[in-house]
Structure formats: C-alpha cells, structure tokens
Design a protein around this ligand. Structure first.
Ligand SMILES: [Zn+2]
Length: 375
C-alpha cells in the first residue's frame, strides 16, 4: 500500500484547477476506493463553459451509494485554485523541512490523501452504517459541485466532516460568503458642461459612503466566537468612466460581505437596496442597481454537539471558528452537525507557499481511522 505522502504526491501531479475537468482526480480516488471494495456513484454535470465536472459519492463494501439519507459524510473538494506561472514546482511536489510543497498540498488534496489511506487501512467489516466519502467539483469558484448535490437532493447527511486546512483543529463555525455587483448609472456629457450630465462616479461615491456608514452599524451585532466578531463588508474593486474629459455614465463596484452565523446572508443586500431607494428618493437622477452573485450563510455547530466533542477528544485540540468560506455553508442547513477539519494551514494555501506538514498528515490518518471505526 502507498504511503500518504506517495498518494498526495501523485494527486498533486494531476492538474486540477477549477477550470479543467476534475475527472482525473476523481478517478484516481475512485481506483483507490474500489481497490478496497468501496462502491462509487458518479454524478457528472457540465460547468458554465461546457466542461464535464464530476461529483462522486462512495460507500463502504456492502452499502448502497445511491441512498441519500446517511449518517456520516466525509466531504472533500477536488479542484484547486490556479497557480502563479512562476511557481515551477506547483505540480511537482517537493519534500523540504518536514513539509510537502505543491499546489493542493493542504487545500485540499492532503485531507483526501489522509482519508484514502485511513479507508484503505480500515477493516471493511467494521465500518459503521451510513458512512460516505463525497468528492465535489468547483468548490474554489463558489461551491458549485456541492450546490448541485443539494439541488438534486442526492445527499442528506446527519453529520459531516468537511476537509479544509485547519491545522488539525476541529472548526465548528464559520462566517458565510456573499458577493454582489453594484451598478450606478449617470449620463455622459462633455466635462466642460457637467450640468448637462450626471456623474455616475459622484453618485457611486455617495452610495459607497452610505454603505461604509452602514457597515459600522453591523459591528453592533456580535458573535464572540469570531475575530472580528461581526459581519465585515468590503468593496474590493471599482471601475467607471471612459475618459478624463467625459462626465462618467456608468460606475460599477463589487460589494463583498461575510455574515456571522445566525445572520441572514441577505441582510447586507437588503440594506444596500434600501440605501439605493433612499438616495433615489432624495435625487431622482440617482440610479443604481445591486445584483447578487453569491449568498452563502455562515454555519455553526453547537459547542457540545457529540461530533464536536469527539473531534476535540481525538485531536486533543479545542474547536475553533474559521474565517474562510467552505462547503459547510451549503450543507449546514441540512446536516445537524458539521465540522471543518484537515491538515495544513490555510494561510499557506492559494499561494506558492502552499505546503502541508508530513507530521500532520500522519496525525490526520490516525484521527480519521479512529473516526471511521467509531462512526
Ligand atoms: Zn479548500
């Protein structure tokens, strides 16, 4: 049997950024699983560009991968973010100072390699009922594969362990992730005669000031398990106007917010719509529109949930919250208990520093083996 480092190295060598088909990674994992008697169910779909993507549900020997009501799901995405052109070893893993470096090393092929080793080492006759391994596509560009599983109603888990790098700390809560595009319209005119036009940029500035003011009010609704412990708002990009001597006719910006668990992911969207209505009422020439691009809620599993307690005991580490988005947002409304867990540190991910400590891979295998056995 291959070691966890060998398995992970082989998977890092498979190109898998979200734009290409994830089938090669899924087939690699399926071969390992089928080799130890697991059955697999492929759920292919076409992505927005017409490329085939595959979700996969795998069940232990003697169990049916088609039944949606299951007890414990281990979920892992199979795509990675694109890597920088100057990262020569992105797909050629390097072992250095106890860390395995490569694209996907911790986000999140490391967790998958650990799961595959833990499953291969386990006694198939001793695996509990209702156990599943689920692989998903297109997590990095908006949890699209996981959303397909929910929309198609093919998976209704009671408990979930979702792989993401948490340095082996069980994460029981995370903020949501929401994004919208705001368009402000004006009227173009020669800048020597600004009174004949309406500046979309001046109006966007008014709107942005109002959003910034509103964002400070969001700090009033706090959640002590997070730092910062409130919903944050960011305007990350803005563009507008066509030339220095033209009153700008259009200005667009992206509005992003990360809602604390318990707050509707729609709250900031609805408030921004109200601000737009208010500004329009004050000045009929103010025209703007907000279009939702993503609305994923936060998630929170209660501190004394049995799965939280079990993971804390297995790892010897207290539960944490995570500041990044994950598929937990998609499944938390369905599953009773959701944990995000995995080897490596997300602060190295999405960069050429990405790596995973080999010691954490070994520890994760031991931890996942216990969890597989105990259920
Ligand atoms: Zn990830």
């Amino acid at each position: 049997m291959k070691s966890v480092v060998e398995l992970l190295s082989e998977m890092i060598r498979i190109p898998s950024n979200s734009a290409v088909s994830n089938r090669p990674v899924v087939e690699y994992a399926a071969r390992v699983l089928q080799g130890v008697g697991w059955s697999v169910r492929e759920l292919p779909y076409k992505d927005a560009a017409g490329v085939e993507k595959v979700n996969l549900i795998a069940a232990p020997p003697g169990h049916n991968a088609a039944s949606p009501d299951v007890d414990l799901v281990f979920m892992c995405h199979t795509d990675t973010v694109p890597y920088a052109a100057d990262w020569a070893n992105a797909l050629e893993p390097v072992l250095k100072d106890g860390n395995l470096h490569g694209c996907g090393a911790c986000d999140v092929k490391g967790f998958l390699a650990c799961l595959l080793v833990a499953i291969s080492q386990s006694d198939p006759g001793k695996l509990p009922d209702g156990l599943r391994l689920v692989l998903t596509a297109e997590e990095e560009i908006g949890c699209i594969g996981a959303s397909h599983l929910v929309a198609d109603d093919v998976l209704r888990p009671r408990r979930m362990v979702i792989g993401e790098p948490t340095s082996l700390r069980p994460a029981r809560a995370g903020k949501g992730y929401c994004l919208a595009e705001v368009t402000v319209w004006g009227k173009e005119a020669h800048s020597a005669h600004p009174q004949q036009g309406v500046s979309a940029i001046y109006n966007a500035a008014r709107l942005i000031n109002a959003i910034e003011e509103y964002a400070t009010q969001l700090a009033g609704e706090t959640h002590s398990f997070f730092d910062p412990g409130f919903t944050t708002v960011n305007i990350g990009t803005i563009e507008g106007g066509t030339a220095k001597n033209i009153v700008p006719g259009v200005c667009r910006f992206q509005l992003e917010w990360r809602p604390i668990p318990g707050q509707s992911p729609n709250a900031v969207f609805a408030s921004t719509e109200k601000i737009i209505e208010r500004l329009h009422a004050l000045d009929p020439e103010f025209r703007a529109e907000i279009k939702p691009l993503r609305q994923q809620p936060g998630f929170e599993t209660v501190a004394d949930a049995p799965l939280v307690r079990k993971m804390e005991a297995l790892t010897g580490r207290p539960a944490i919250s995570i500041p990044f988005g994950s598929e937990a947002s998609i499944f938390a409304p369905i599953a009773e208990e959701v944990i995000v867990f995995g080897p490596g540190d997300m602060r190295t991910a999405h960069s050429s520093r990405e790596c995973v400590p080999v010691s954490e891979l070994d520890e994760a295998v031991a931890c996942l083996s216990s969890l597989l056995k105990a259920g």
